[in-house]
Structures are given as C-alpha cells and as structure tokens.
Ligand binder design. Structure first.
Ligand SMILES: [Zn+2]
Ligand SMILES: [Zn+2]
Length: 176
C-alpha cells in the first residue's frame, strides 16, 4: 500500500479511528485494511492498546491551540513512534518510504504512520488544518484538506445544522 505521501491518508485514518475507536483487534485490522494499509501478521490486543495510546496522544495534538504546542506534541509522537525512513518494496508493487523498521506489529505501524502523516499534513498544508467540528455538541475530528483551508465543520450535515440554528437565533422563521 502506498499512502498519499503528503500525509492526507494517514490523518484521515487517524481521524476515523479517533472518532470511532475500534472495539477489538479484528475491527482495527479490518479498518486499517479498508484504509489501504497492508496488514502483515496477526493483529493482537497489544496492537489495539498501542493504537489507543497513539490516538490519545493524537487527540492532544488536535486540541492544541497554539502552533508551537501542536508541533511539540507531534514531535513527541514522532520521537516515540518513528524510526529513520527507509525505502521498501515489500509488497512488490512499488518502492515507497516506510518510517519504521521492517516486520513491526500493526500497532507500531499505525503509530508511526499517524505521527509522520500528521507532521507532513501540518507542515505541508498548514498548522491549523486539524480540528474539531464547530457545532458545540459534535466533537468529531476532521483533517482539513480543502482548497481554502477554512473548514469548520466535520460534515455538510453539521454545517447545515449550524446554519439553521444561527438563522433561528436571529428570530427569522426557518424554512428548513
Ligand atoms: Zn509499505
Ligand atoms: Zn460535526
């Protein structure tokens, strides 16, 4: 699998897993495969724990309000999860970069992918392009890969919901 080198696929996977945490090792495996990861070897509860810890750290990155704080948290994740990058053609479908040693369990693979992917995404597109939905009762995390970089909601549904609410708050009868 060759994830998007600008980190987009990795932050999407992180957001997906953080928004709805996998219940067991089997679900973790299925969802990583669904995101295009090559899953080698058995996936165990240890992998689930490792990914859970990475997602806890990642949510702190999401909720960081200052750029330097956000960068420091990503750097801490990189230090614990990633090794030096190396080129590999392990699936035989093309040479690509890995950010870890060969033959690591899925938990280690996902933690390094999340940290490197987030670093690439923020450095490449902008430090602010990670956040939670602006609808107060919606805590869904999104990675902003829009052209303008001004995404505020997790979905069109939440954007509409907020528009209707603001409309009502102005005392104008809503048609929606
Ligand atoms: Zn690979
Ligand atoms: Zn939302």
């Amino acid at each position: 699998m060759h994830l998007n080198p600008y980190g987009e696929d990795a932050v999407r996977l992180a957001a997906d897993l953080a928004n709805r945490r996998p219940a067991d090792a089997g679900e973790l495996s299925d969802r990583c495969r669904g995101a295009g990861l090559t899953v080698e070897g058995p996936v165990t509860p240890d992998d689930l724990d490792r990914v859970g810890a990475a997602l806890d750290a990642w949510e702190k990155v999401v909720d960081a309000t200052a750029d330097h704080e956000r960068a420091a948290l990503v750097n801490a994740m990189l230090a614990s999860a990633a090794a030096y990058p190396r080129m590999t053609n392990h699936v035989g479908t093309g040479w690509h970069l890995h950010y870890r040693d060969e033959d690591q369990p899925l938990g280690a693979v996902v933690s390094s992918l999340i940290s490197v992917g987030t670093a690439l995404h923020l450095a490449g597109r902008g430090m602010h392009r990670l956040g939670r939905c602006a609808v107060t009762e919606c805590t869904t995390i999104f990675a902003d890969t829009s052209r303008t970089g001004r995404q505020r909601y997790c979905s069109q549904r939440c954007a509409n919901r907020d528009a209707v609410r603001r409309h009502r708050a102005r005392g104008v009868p809503s048609t929606g």
